[in-house]
Design a protein around this ligand. Structure first.
Ligand code: HEM
Ligand code: HEM
Length: 404
């Protein structure tokens, strides 16, 4: 048996790639389903992440196998159908082949884009980095590609089912050589008609596959698979606070280590009441801050909903956090806000060092603080740092205009 196809038989490389695809598929699909279904908890987080890492790594092995396979198929004659006279059967078989080939590219690609558009938490096990050129880390890109991954993989599964049913029908009912000529080690099996010409992929089966993709996308969009998840928690309405400064732009970010890599996130909704004088009062106080944070507005890479859940921030039980502090000069330079942070029902002393640059009535401030999540009862069950680090770095950057 040769490496290459002939007009009536598959060569050994085409067969090898075909059965290797099946083998990988038998690992990748169950891994995806099991990892997806595993609840996140202190006992399962590591397992869930490992299963997803394996899913992604083998999924990419499938992707590259598929690319090689497609290039090889393009360079080869396609063995002719054994019953070209059965028009409908022939059309269906070829349409399913088109669906399978295209799915082998777009299913892993959509998973890969989803992975590259989110931060954290289950890395691909390879040395080439986790990002993709032209794919930004962005919640909308992540949501759309996750939806596409689901739609595409459902079509792939249906196509595999039809394909296997077709192969079995030929083998068991028609008792022809369709399956046998794809099995390893067989010699050239002659097609029934003499003077066999090479099989075609066909324009109509190709168009049929396109119509099925369009229908699947339409149904998926209709079911809301392509839109962003509704926010995992309610976002609290924040009270008005007294302020001498109008915050024009700002970010309140946090970063934590997860499985050894840093995941960054931020709160979309917070208010800051700032009173600040360039000269200190008799107690050395330059002013005060009163920051309120809507916990439900947090986004944290691919683990936002887990972070907002009861084990971590418990956004439904504790919808807001508040930081009130007085501002003093920092002996190390800049300023130091000294005050209390109330988060998840716990109030703890938190110093925040910051720098301030004034330009007329515009102030730019940039500060950092470090918290230990255990002080606030966040992730209590996760009592070693291999899953989620204890230290949380908080960053504040804002530009504010003085109100007169
Ligand atoms: C042909 C290859 C692949 C197949 C057949 C496949 C199939 C699946 C399946 C069946 C699920 C479970 C979905 C569910 O139960 O709703 C899943 C989830 C997922 N896959 Fe894949 N996948 C493939 C490749 C990849 C690759 C290469 C990546 C990333 C590099 C990836 C990333 C993901 C992610 C992140 C999820 C979770 C989505 C979520 O929970 O929202 N997949 N995949
Ligand atoms: C138990 C599982 C499977 C069986 C029994 C099977 C059987 C077959 C057979 C008998 C053929 C030759 C059809 C012909 O000569 O017209 C074939 C071709 C093909 N199979 Fe499978 N297959 C299986 C799984 C898969 C999977 C998982 C994929 C990909 C996701 C796949 C993709 C293809 C493609 C794309 C072709 C067309 C090859 C070409 O002509 O270029 N198969 N399969």
């Amino acid at each position: 048996m040769g490496l290459s196809n002939t007009p009536s038989a598959y060569g050994s490389l085409a067969k090898l790639l075909h059965w290797l695809t099946l083998l990988l598929m038998m690992a990748v699909i169950p891994l995806g389903v099991i990892a997806h279904g595993l609840e996140i908890g202190p006992d399962t987080l590591t397992r869930k992440a490992r299963l997803f890492s394996l899913h992604k790594t083998l999924g990419l092995a499938l992707f590259f196998t598929a690319l090689i396979r497609i290039l090889w198929a393009l360079a080869q004659p396609k063995p002719a159908a054994l019953h070209p006279d059965r028009k409908l059967e022939d059309f269906l078989a070829r349409m399913v082949h088109w669906l399978l080939y295209s799915a082998l590219v777009i299913v892993p690609l959509s998973g890969w884009v989803h992975h590259a558009a989110t931060e954290g938490y289950a890395p691909i096990w390879w040395p080439f980095g986790q990002s993709l050129p032209f794919v930004p880390i962005d919640a909308n890109v992540a949501a759309i590609s996750a939806g596409l991954h689901v739609i595409f993989q459902r079509v792939l599964m249906a196509a595999i089912l039809l394909h296997v049913m077709g192969a079995l029908k030929h083998h068991l009912f028609d008792r022809d050589d369709t399956l046998r000529r794809m099995l390893p080690g067989r010699r050239d099996i002659r097609a029934p008609s003499a003077g066999v010409t090479e099989g075609k992929n066909g324009l109509f089966p190709f168009l049929g596959a396109l119509v099925i993709w369009a229908l699947a996308l339409g149904i998926g969009a209709q079911l809301g698979v392509l839109s962003r998840d509704s926010q995992a928690a309610q976002i609290a309405t924040l009270e008005e606070v007294e302020t001498g400064w109008d915050v024009q732009e700002g970010t309140l970010s946090l970063a934590v280590s997860q499985f050894g890599s840093r995941v960054e996130g931020s709160f979309g909704d917070w208010t800051a009441g700032i009173l600040f004088n360039e000269e200190p009062d008799a107690e050395g106080r330059f002013g005060s801050v009163d920051v309120q944070i809507a916990i439900g507005s947090l986004t944290l890479g691919s683990v936002t909903s887990q972070a907002l859940g009861a084990d971590f921030f418990n956004a439904d039980g504790f919808p807001t956090a508040r930081y009130t502090a007085d501002i003093f000069a920092n002996p190390d330079g800049g300023y130091l806000a000294e005050g209390m942070l109330t988060l998840k029902g716990n109030t703890i002393d938190v110093p925040l060092a910051f720098t301030l640059a004034m330009e007329g009535d515009i102030a730019r401030m940039s500060g950092t603080a470090q918290l230990d999540r255990r002080d606030f009862g966040i992730g209590t069950g996760y009592d070693d740092e291999s899953t989620v680090g204890f230290t949380v770095d908080v960053g504040v950057d804002l530009t504010a205009k003085q109100l007169r």
